[in-house]
Design a protein around this ligand. Structure first.
Ligand code: HMG
Ligand code: MG
Length: 298
């Protein structure tokens, strides 16, 4: 009993690239976003207006947002940890701003330098400003299935943060597996618990493939009604505050699975493969996507 269609949010340009050591020129990021736009994504996470001291790679976000060729109807999202970030995202023309906290207290401290409760207080102004300016508001909850500092995270803890994000007025809430430790049954339990607090149609699964579980977790999430997923072209990524974390699940792999299942995405897999090869060539390494590399080798 799978959904007939899913929304794939391409997060490669932000989540994927944020951890790269070498500065990637804005033109390369712009070309990547443009290729992804042409491939048919309805939502691309393109930028992050965070402190450049914390995440230097995202310091080009303003140029990237100014340089991309936008397609009508496509949502270009940007991370905004505070009002300073919000003002920058607004000026850059973001369609959606993303506030991000964690199901883990320890991770919130490392990632955003405050407690979960403090982060929600900080986001209150961002949320209000987003509504005032008619921007979409998305909330992202890291470490929903486990934390590198704190270990186990209960479904109850995740649901608690979902309620806080819901009450801020989020249009969409991401249940994120930052370190990729979730497994299918666990994922279903968490998704079913959070669906008691927030409409399942507005919940997304953000899976990292560190332990090879991401596709299984996506399938398991679809079985319980989730129909929005995040993925990263060429499997780009890693998190600066989660040691050893690998990239998000590769978009090419997700699309190949959806195609096989007959689940509609509206995205052209071949164009995504090309975009993945383009950015991987720039980074000087092979794409981290089985499907992407298999298709590219044909
Ligand atoms: P702080 O040091 O506590 O805050 O950082 P502060 O207010 O004291 O600011 C420190 C300096 O940063 C100041 O500059 C500010 O002006 C500047 P100084 O006076 O020292 O020259 N600053 C900013 N500059 C530009 N844009 C801003 C901004 N804010 C402050 N928005 C803060 C607190 C939240 C800012 C910091 O901790 C931060 O930027 N954290 C972001 C960390 C991050 O981006 N992590 C990765 C994204 S989350 C993620 O990847 C997970 C996700 O994918 C889901 C998953 O997989 O789990 C979403
Ligand atoms: Mg992530």
């Amino acid at each position: 009993n799978l959904p007939l269609r899913v929304k794939i949010v391409e997060v490669g340009p932000r989540d994927g690239l944020q951890n790269e050591k070498e500065t990637i020129p804005a033109e390369v990021k712009i070309e990547l976003v443009d290729r992804l736009t042409k491939a048919g994504f309805a939502n691309i996470e393109a930028a992050s207006f965070v402190s450049p001291k914390w995440v230097p790679q995202m310091a080009t976000s303003k140029e990237v947002m100014a340089g991309i060729t936008r397609k009508a109807g496509v949502i270009y999202s940007a991370l905004t940890p505070n009002m300073k970030g919000f003002e920058a995202a607004l000026a850059a023309g973001a369609d959606e701003v993303v506030i991000f906290s964690s199901a883990s207290e320890a991770f919130a401290q490392k990632n955003i330098n405050c407690s979960i409760a403090e982060s929600i207080e900080r986001f209150r102004d961002v949320a209000a400003a987003a509504k005032q300016h008619g921007l979409r508001l998305r909330g992202s909850i890291s470490c929903s299935f486990g934390c590198p500092y704190q270990g186990e995270i209960t479904p109850e803890q995740v649901a608690g943060v979902v309620k806080l994000m819901r009450d801020l007025g989020c249009d969409e809430i991401d249940i994120a597996d930052t370190i990729g430790v979730g497994t299918p049954r666990h994922v279903q339990t968490v998704m079913q618990r959070v669906a008691q607090e927030f409409p399942i149609a507005q919940i997304s699964g953000h899976f990292h493939d560190t332990y090879g579980q991401a596709l299984a977790n996506i399938y398991a999430s679809m079985e319980v009604g989730v129909s929005i997923f995040h993925s990263s072209v060429a499997g780009l990524g890693g998190c600066p505050y989660a040691k050893g974390a690998t990239g998000n699940v590769a978009t090419e792999d997700v699309l190949f699975m959806m195609q096989g299942l007959g689940v509609h995405t509206g995205i052209d897999l071949n164009q995504v493969v090309d975009a993945g090869q383009f950015i991987s060539q720039h980074l000087g390494r092979k794409a981290v996507s089985r499907a992407g590399n298999a298709i590219a080798a044909k």
